[in-house]
Design a protein around this ligand. Structure first.
Ligand SMILES: [Fe+2]
Ligand SMILES: [Fe+2]
Length: 420
């Protein structure tokens, strides 16, 4: 089965590459005069520069570039051959050239791009578009039809590869990796029309203007990403310092952050909430820094007074974080991470939905990690036992909905072989 999949993948990759190469070499760009060659080279360079350093979207969901509308512009103004060459060859990225991407995939991508732009050109022509000039309204309609066909071809060729590579069904790939990119593709079509009109009026050199906003966005986005990385690193360093106070909780905060983020995702919280929960998960026990060593390092059961002092870590942690503006209401979640669904928790004895959802999530993640790691006073539970324990405490200690989500996560992880 596996070797069959591997073989059809190879055949697919080489077929797309070969068809692409055929299209490229049977469509050699021809130019009227040297000034048109200069214009073409300029646009080729503009696309190439845009691709070498694309803007990466936070959360790792891809890159932003103005290449697609730029490539449509080249095709409409300079004809199919020029467009196919720019789309296929000017879009080589740094990692394609550095050997980071295997050469057969680099060739596959070139083939895929050549085929898609070929389809754009053919559709544009068939729909009544004229090369060298975009006219209202026939040209606009032809352009939009052609752009949709190009996007679909690109998406189908890519999804087929991804499906063969991952063993996932074509529809699965479509839903997971393609569907959500289509609206942002649609947003690029009007930009394509605008670029063509600008180049038509003022010459292709004016297209540089479109790069200025892109460069500005890239600069600030990179700053933003650096800043977020710095936050994350600081929070992780602090969480290690918290966990180091207790020899038995090494990695506790990082695991709680991870489980809490998985739970938040499972409960369909928005992306920025998930991000914040991760930070708060890392820092939920920060108040332990203020608890005496004699208590922190104590082996065996606490006395009543010691337990009361230990309990102050929740409120203390929230106070410590009250000046950290980017955590926002996250400090509340730290304060309430030991509240219980039945109102028997601390510090305020909040009940049910009075406790912020995020605090209920962190409470469940926190308890689950305590169950599944060895502690001085008790051995860890197996996953099956931890599941039973979560169910047993559902509706008393924990929010039943959060427990249900945690059980789904555990089952999925077991099914994927990530937990045993
Ligand atoms: Fe705690
Ligand atoms: Fe904890």
């Amino acid at each position: 089965m596996k070797s069959n999949g591997g073989l059809s993948k190879q055949v697919y990759i080489y077929t797309v590459s070969a068809v692409g190469a055929f299209i490229l070499f049977t469509n050699l760009p021809r130019f009227r005069d040297t000034s048109q060659i200069a214009e073409f080279l300029f646009m080729f360079l503009l696309v190439a520069i845009g691709e070498i350093a694309p803007v990466t979207i936070p959360h790792g969901s891809g890159t932003v570039s103005v290449s697609p509308p730029m490539n449509y512009t080249v095709t409409v103004l300079y004809g199919p051959a020029a467009g196919i060459w720019v789309n296929s060859l000017a879009t080589l990225r740094k990692r394609d050239l550095s050997g980071e991407v295997p050469i057969r995939l680099v060739l596959f991508n070139r083939g895929m791009l050549a085929i898609s732009m070929f389809m754009f050109a053919k559709t544009y022509e068939a729909a009544g578009g004229v090369f060298g000039m975009l006219e209202w309204p026939e040209g606009f309609i032809a352009f939009l039809t052609a752009a949709i066909v190009e996007s679909l071809f690109n998406a189908i060729l890519f999804a087929s590869y991804y499906s063969l590579d991952s063993g996932m069904s074509f529809l699965g790939v479509w839903r997971l990796n393609i569907q959500w990119t289509l609206p942002s593709m649609l947003a690029l079509y009007p930009l394509g029309i605008l670029m063509i009109l600008v180049a038509q009026q003022g010459g292709p050199f004016l297209l540089t203007l479109f790069y200025l906003p892109l460069l500005t966005v890239r600069y600030f986005l990179n700053k933003y990403i650096e800043l977020r990385t710095a936050y994350r690193e600081m929070a992780t360093a602090l969480s290690n310092a918290i966990d180091a106070r207790d020899a038995y909780t090494r990695g506790h905060s990082e695991r709680v952050a991870e489980y809490a983020a998985l739970l938040a995702k499972e409960l369909k919280l928005p992306e920025d909430r998930i991000e914040l929960i991760r930070y708060v998960g890392l820092l939920h026990d920060v108040g332990k820094i203020g608890i005496r060593d004699a208590i922190m390092k104590k082996q065996g059961a606490y006395t009543y007074e010691e337990y009361e002092e230990m309990k102050t870590h929740a409120k203390l942690g929230a106070q410590m974080l009250s000046g950290v503006s980017f955590l926002g209401e996250g400090q509340e979640w730290v304060k309430y991470h030991h509240e219980r669904w039945d109102g028997k928790g601390f510090p305020d004895g909040l009940k049910g939905e009075e406790i912020p959802l995020e605090a209920r999530i962190i409470a469940c993640a926190d308890a689950f990690d305590a169950m599944t790691t060895d502690r001085p006073y008790k051995a860890k539970l197996t996953l099956a036992e931890a599941k039973e324990e979560l169910k047993r405490c559902s509706g008393t200690q924990f929010d039943p909905e959060v427990v249900d989500a945690m059980i789904r996560i555990i089952d999925r992880m077991i099914a994927q072989g990530r937990w045993k």
